[in-house]
Design a protein around this ligand. Structure first.
Ligand code: SPV
Ligand code: MG
Length: 432
């Protein structure tokens, strides 16, 4: 009897999946692969059911003979183990980012005479409705909030990109690429940076944009996305105010706030010691963290302590002492910052911190030390990498150049080639 294999990465079975199984049955014994969480978060939607729950769901489908785990989105593991005669899939994978996976599978099958069966992709009203409901579910605060903790468990390094508006949120949400290794990849979460949120409003990054306005930015983003949010809480302000901020962020579905151990008028860290900045005492900042943890109502929310000792040239020992003290005060993670081009001091901190603490997540923001890869950072115990300002910094020169060229040529024709076509801009945003 021949074997027909298909891979599912869904939490809900709809007409499309049933159609695939019905076709598959005609060719032989049907084996369904359950794509692992780790791979699912890289190429499709975030799972709302566990691997075990998904496997049980697939087992219940009429016509399915066996369910196995698939741990590689490129199918290498399952094809090697099962040698299926056929791999069956909706024909939607012939186009877009997924087509690279199809080509790879085709190559694997051709080694022993296996074949791909493409069945017409089902996209009827029922399927559309289920897709939309799943997306809606993922965007709800209770799902979104806990996702950061889940991601830290699921993936060697959580990749976070800044977002400061609905539009930048959509870029982080939807950008999927085919990487050098042939696998698809995407960002895991969004960073609502104080620098970019302030810059988008034409204001300096000095805690001038008030919380109401910052929350409005979060809402603009949450209305059109599903990925989890890490909020840049600056110094957290007065402890008496910070406890209210924690509750509001939890309610909005934010996963984590990062607060930095500075006091008084905050200036952006990338100024370093070029401007007057005061580091908070360990006692005061620990008390702020502890008050925030006490105020928090959900188990999901994280308060991450950001240490400015390296930025303010207070030395490695001070940074480490603070990290351990802030963890003792209840911090759920440590962010260590540096403005050196060389990542050496960041890596030294991570290695020394990990020697005594193997649990607490470490967060880094490689804006200055940008030659190091996510993988290298993860090897030193980093859990979360934040690209804090690159979308804003790429948009600004592009917009400025366009403004200058229109002034120069007294018309817009000369800039048109580098603009998003009108047809694309009017259809960029999906209507419900
Ligand atoms: C931000 O993005 O606002 C940050 C990171 O706080 S940094 O600008 O590097 O200080
Ligand atoms: Mg900031």
């Amino acid at each position: 009897m021949k074997t027909v294999y298909t891979c599912f990465s869904t939490d809900v079975i709809h007409d499309g999946h049933l159609n695939i199984i019905n076709h598959a049955k005609e060719y032989g014994r049907v084996v369904v692969g359950c794509l692992s969480d780790k791979e699912m978060i890289r190429c499709t939607k975030f799972p709302t059911k566990s691997e075990e729950e998904r496997m049980n769901l697939y087992r219940q489908i009429d016509g399915v003979d066996e369910v196995v785990m698939q741990n590689n989105m490129l199918y290498d593991d399952v094809i090697k183990a099962l040698h299926p005669n056929y791999v069956i899939h909706g024909d939607n994978w012939k186009e877009g980012a997924e087509s690279a996976i199809r080509t790879h599978v085709e190559g694997l099958l051709s080694e022993y005479g296996g074949q791909i069966i493409d069945v017409p992709y089902t996209y009827n009203e029922n399927v559309k409705k289920i897709d939309a409901q799943l997306k809606e579910k993922l965007s709800m605060p209770e799902y979104r909030r806990k996702r950061l903790r889940q991601l830290i468990e699921m993936t060697p390094v959580v990749k976070v990109m800044e977002a400061h508006s609905g539009l930048t949120g959509l870029i982080v949400e939807k950008t999927v690429i085919e990487g050098d290794n042939g696998k698809l990849d995407q960002f895991d979460a969004m960073w609502v940076s104080s620098l970019c949120d302030s810059t988008a409003k034409g204001k300096p990054d000095i805690e001038l944009v008030d919380m109401t306005s910052r929350f409005r930015t979060i809402e603009d983003i949450t209305e059109v996305t599903t990925k989890p949010i890490i909020f840049d809480g600056d110094t957290g302000g007065l402890t008496e105010h910070f406890v209210y901020t924690v509750r509001s962020l939890e309610r909005l579905g934010v996963s984590a706030v990062i607060i930095e151990d500075k006091t008084g008028l905050k200036k952006n860290s990338l100024f370093g010691t070029e401007v007057q900045q005061t580091q908070d005492s360990i006692e005061n900042f620990s008390a702020k963290i502890a008050a925030g943890k006490k105020a928090q109502l959900t188990d999901d929310f994280m308060i991450i302590a950001r240490i400015e000792s390296l930025i303010l040239e207070q030395g490695m020992e001070d940074a480490l002492k603070r990290a351990h003290a802030f963890v003792a005060a209840g911090a759920d993670g440590i962010m260590i910052h540096s403005r050196k081009k060389d990542p050496a001091e960041i890596l030294e901190f991570c290695d020394k911190f990990r020697a005594d603490n193997n649990e607490t997540p470490i967060v880094v923001v490689p804006s200055s030390f940008n030659t190091i890869t996510e993988e290298e950072l993860a090897e030193h115990g980093v859990n979360i990498v934040i690209y804090a300002n690159q979308l804003t910094r790429s948009a600004f020169p592009a917009m400025q150049q366009t403004a200058m060229d229109i002034l120069k040529y007294h018309r817009a024709k000369e800039v048109d080639d580098r603009l998003l076509p009108i047809k694309n801009i009017i259809t960029l945003i999906d209507e419900i």
